[in-house]
Structure formats: structure tokens, C-alpha cells
Design a protein around this ligand. Structure first.
Ligand code: SF4
Ligand code: SF4
Length: 375
């Protein structure tokens, strides 16, 4: 134990270990997500999370402002510092300002995910008073037509731009994020240009998984093929390399396919089946009050609003102790850090932790093929 502590101290001192990694060693819930609602004013065809009113009524009810505020107090006592507020579209909640102001005043470092279409003068006033530390705005198309085709709403293009204009006026770290599907894959440069009017931070996501937690999406039909998603990521990389500037390149963030790749650093900590920081120093709380390791899971979960935050957090890793990788993965050459075969992704793609998904396998094969070509 003493040697282990010395090793942790050495890594910490040498900055090899992030704060989240350090928190994971002690199972401190440093980073959390409050998914305030699964409702959204847009209907993106690849959305993995959006539910309409009828679906929500079948599953449960949204937690009230008071409930979120009480949970925030418990979370901060348990050690949460970074809080992501997301949805659906969180600004759809009429009590958003009440929840947001209370959480801000508790001292969280807040990141807000929004599609920016509902930013108005009142929200702007709120954000001028309490700016989110970071704001991630989704931008789905470079034209009203692409918005119509992806989100079912052409006006949303203009509303997003207007939201970005307003957000550029507040002191927040603004990031524009685009999820690429077949409909917008030809717009990479045009989208980057729009994003760069407001911020240098433009992040792309080329990997779309099937819907979770009762949501329905058209992901299977509209998402990129493995070859297309790597082509797009390479095209994006090419752009930044062509700038020949390390600062510009460093700003590029590719959310892409590799979220779970090379994340083995934390695999010795429970639950060992999760190689990232989920359930180790990170958690996600759904609109109806379930605590999950991350937003890509449907189950198993604990119930922080019922049992209390600390108990829900303490129990979370134990629910994953018995889960193993599918048999096929155990024998596969890509299993160790070359495939995003995380249980959450397998659950959303195949419906089971124990069933592989041809889409995930094809992505691993494509990645390997391209890496070999580079050598
Ligand atoms: S804006 Fe985001 S939450 Fe809303 S439907 Fe689109 S992807 Fe889903
Ligand atoms: S490629 Fe398929 S079988 Fe191999 S590790 Fe990934 S999910 Fe498992």
C-alpha cells in the first residue's frame, strides 16, 4: 500500500495524473452530470437520448427544481467539483434559471450542453451574472436545409446562430460540437468556418451509437460507415496539420471513435470492466433520477434521490463487478485498447453486455487496417 501511495504521489507531482485520475484512486465523485430533461425542442434523427412527452410519462417523471438543488448539495459534500448540465435541451425547463443559479452558487465548476436555439435576452442576463465555466453548443448543419434534414426544423439553423452570437458575448469557454452523419458529412469545412466565427474550439463526433433508456433513433440508417467515419476524422486531422501550427492543432478536439481507446490506465480500479473513469470518479444522473457510470448506459443503476447521493455513489461500482466481456472479445486481437467494446456501447448496440455488435467490430477492424497502412 505504501509503495502504491508513493507511486500515486510521484505521478501527481509530475503532473502525469489528472485530478480526475487522482480522485478515482480514492473513489471521489469529482465529475458529475445532471441530465435535467430528456425533452428537446429539436428532433435530431441520430439522437440517442430524446424522449417525447408520451414516452416520458410511461417511464417516470422529471425531478423537480427542489430535488435537483437538494441533490446538488449532497453531491458537493461528497466531493463533486465539475458538473455538466445537459439534456435533452436543459433550457426547455421553465425552472432552468432556478436550478442553474442554485447550483452555480454552490460552487460547482459548471459546463452546459445546449443546442443554443433557446438562448434569449433573459438567459443571456442570467449567464452574464453567472457564466458557465464552459458551454458546449451543438451545431448540426451549415445550412437551414441540413437542419431540416437532421433536426426536422430549418429555423433551428438561424436560432442556433443567434444563440452563438449571444453566447460569444459572455466569459465562457465556448466549444462548438458537430455530430456527423450521412446528411452533413460534406459540410466539415463549412461547419468549422461557422464555429470559428465564435470560437477556436470545434470538436467533431463521428461515431453515433443506438439510442438508450427507451429513446428511439434512426442511428442505424443515418450514421456513417466505419470507412466514412475514419475518412472524415482524417480529413479533419489533415486540416489542422495543414495549418502547421501547434497551437491550432492543440485546440482541435476529436471526440470521434477513440473515447474508450487507450483508456486502460484506470482499469485496475473497481469496477474493472470499465476502463475509463466512469463509476470511479465520474457519474451521470438521468432526468428521472437514476445514477449511471456514464450517459451511454441504460442499466444497472442506483437511485440517489431515494437512497441519498453518497449511498448511490458507493454502491455504483459494485453493480458492475460481475459483468464480463463477451466470449468473442476475450479471444480477439483488438480487445486490449484497440476497440471501443465498452459494456455501455455493447449494451446500446446489441442490447446486452455479452453480445458483440458487428458495427463496433467493423470499426475496430477499420482502425487496425488504417494503422497498418500508416506503418
Ligand atoms: S439537439 Fe441534442 S438533445 Fe435535442 S434532439 Fe438534437 S441531439 Fe437530441
Ligand atoms: S473487435 Fe469485436 S470481438 Fe474484437 S474486441 Fe472489439 S467488439 Fe470484441
Amino acid at each position: 500500500m505504501e509503495n502504491n501511495n508513493n507511486e500515486i504521489a510521484r505521478k501527481w507531482e509530475s503532473s502525469e495524473m489528472t485530478l480526475a485520475g487522482y480522485a478515482a484512486q480514492r473513489h471521489v465523485p469529482l465529475g458529475g452530470t445532471f441530465e435535467l430533461t430528456a425533452r428537446c425542442n429539436l428532433k435530431c434523427k441520430m439522437c440517442y437520448i430524446r424522449l417525447d412527452k408520451a414516452q416520458i410519462d410511461l417511464i417516470g417523471r422529471e425531478k423537480t427544481a427542489d430535488e435537483w438543488i437538494t441533490l446538488g448539495k449532497e453531491a458537493i459534500q461528497a466531493g463533486t467539483l465539475n458538473l455538466l448540465i445537459t439534456g435533452g435541451e436543459p433550457l426547455l425547463r421553465p425552472d432552468f434559471a432556478e436550478i442553474y443559479s442554485a447550483l452555480t452558487m454552490m460552487g460547482f465548476i459548471i459546463t452546459l450542453n445546449t443546442n443554443a436555439t433557446l438562448i434569449n435576452s433573459e438567459i443571456l442576463k442570467l449567464f452574464k451574472k453567472y457564466p458557465p465555466t464552459a458551454t458546449n453548443v451543438t451545431l448540426y448543419g451549415a445550412t437551414p436545409e441540413t437542419y431540416q434534414s437532421i433536426c426536422g426544423n430549418r429555423e433551428a439553423f438561424y436560432n442556433t446562430i443567434s444563440g452563438l452570437e449571444m453566447l460569444a458575448d459572455i466569459p465562457t469557454v465556448l466549444e462548438v460540437r458537430t455530430t456527423f452523419i450521412k446528411d452533413n458529412r460534406h459540410e466539415l469545412n463549412a461547419l468549422r468556418k461557422i464555429a470559428n466565427r465564435y470560437t477556436r474550439r470545434f470538436a467533431i463526433n463521428t461515431k453515433v451509437n443506438k439510442a438508450v433508456r427507451g429513446a428511439c433513433s434512426d442511428a442505424e440508417n443515418c450514421r456513417l460507415t466505419p470507412a466514412q467515419l475514419f475518412d472524415l476524422a482524417e480529413e479533419n486531422g489533415e486540416y489542422y496539420r495543414s495549418l502547421n501550427s501547434e497551437t491550432e492543432f492543440a485546440l482541435e478536439k476529436n471526440m470521434d471513435t477513440d473515447n474508450y481507446i487507450h483508456a486502460l490506465e484506470h482499469s485496475h480500479l473497481p469496477p474493472q470492466i470499465l476502463t475509463c473513469l466512469a463509476a470511479k470518479s465520474m457519474y451521470w444522473i438521468t432526468w428521472d433520477g437514476k445514477m449511471l457510470p456514464c450517459g451511454s448506459f441504460t442499466s444497472p443503476y442506483t437511485l440517489p434521490f431515494k437512497e441519498g447521493f453518497q449511498s448511490a455513489w458507493d454502491r455504483l461500482p459494485t453493480l458492475f463487478e460481475k459483468i464480463k466481456l463477451p466470449q468473442e472479445c476475450m479471444k480477439c486481437e483488438y480487445v486490449n485498447g484497440q476497440c471501443s467494446n465498452c459494456p455501455a456501447i455493447l449494451q446500446s448496440e446489441s442490447g446486452s453486455f455479452y453480445k458483440i455488435s458487428s458495427y463496433i467490430c467493423e470499426i475496430a477492424q477499420e482502425r487496425s487496417k488504417r494503422r497498418k497502412k500508416l506503418k
